[in-house]
Design a protein around this ligand. Structure first.
Ligand code: ACM
Length: 277
């Protein structure tokens, strides 16, 4: 049960959708085939917006072009493409990952845990976590700061995800290590795609590092992307490794959970009590 999975790690220029598409295309030109490719969070637009109005203006102007591009790549490669872009719908705008498959957009994942000023720019995700069953592998999606909330990867894994696609614009160095933890604790592959380039606007300057990574269920970094430079990589992975949830001969990762002791996890009052303490 081998599948080929990878990432594109392009240099992104804020607001220059044509340039960003050209960079993605140029990196794709080195790749013959894949079953799944992951692109970064907000890869077509850039990350640091001046405000919500700007997200809406850019999405209104470019989303058709962005969606057409995702569809086209998934069609050409007859494969799955996960790519980050704003999703403007009704009066809401989400930080989403589009899931393209063989020429169609089959769904979007709307980032559940918005980071810092994203809370001003976007609406929080409002759709349940979901796993997609493709030929040979099951895929879950989370976006960047979702790594900080282990429940996301856990739920996707309980739904059967073999691989989590993780489009990112990482700002904390420890996020890379935490992705390794998400892989071992759930016995899954995690493909983090992190952009390079600088967003220097609206009083913020972020130089994105790259260092995208493909992590195995054994917590090994199968491949790490270059630092501050563009990169792209596809590797063959064995899905059966993610299906065997035995941590030892006597320990099943999911069946051994003592869920009767976990109910505080869904008790909001505990947090209120902490605030009052
Ligand atoms: C992030 O969630 N883009 C830090």
């Amino acid at each position: 049960m081998n599948v080929s999975v990878g990432f594109i790690q392009p240099k992104v220029r804020f607001g220059n959708i044509d340039y960003n598409i050209e960079r993605i295309e140029s990196l794709l030109a080195n790749i013959d085939s894949f079953d799944l490719i992951v692109l970064p969070e907000l890869v077509y637009t850039g990350y640091v917006f001046r405000g919500r109005d700007e997200v809406i203006r850019i999405s209104t102007k470019y989303n058709k072009k962005i969606i057409e591009h995702i569809k086209r790549v998934s069609d050409i490669y007859s494969a799955v493409v996960v790519a980050g872009a704003p999703e403007y719908q009704g009066d809401k705008v989400y930080n989403s990952a589009y899931i393209g498959y063989k020429g169609d957009i089959i769904d979007t994942y709307r980032k559940l845990h918005l980071f810092y000023k994203e809370k001003i720019w976007f609406d929080p995700g409002d759709k349940p976590l979901k796993v997609y069953d493709f030929r040979g592998f099951k895929l879950g999606v989370m976006i960047c700061f979702d790594w900080r909330f282990p429940e996301v990867a856990r739920i996707l894994s309980l739904y059967g995800a073999d691989i989590i696609a993780h489009p990112s614009n990482l700002v904390f160095d420890y996020a890379y290590d935490v992705a390794l933890a998400r892989a071992i604790e759930n016995n899954i592959y995690v493909v983090t795609s992190n952009r390079v380039g600088v967003d220097n606007r609206a009083g913020m300057r972020i130089r994105f590092k790259g260092l995208s990574q493909i992590v195995s269920p054994k917590m090994e970094v199968i491949y790490r992307g270059r630092k501050y430079r563009e990169d792209a990589k596809v590797v063959e992975i064995d899905i059966s490794l993610a299906r065997d949830k035995m941590a030892t001969k006597l320990n099943h990762l999911f069946r051994d959970r003592r869920i009767e002791f976990y109910t505080p996890l869904v008790n909001r009052e505990l947090v209120e009590e902490l605030d009052e303490a």
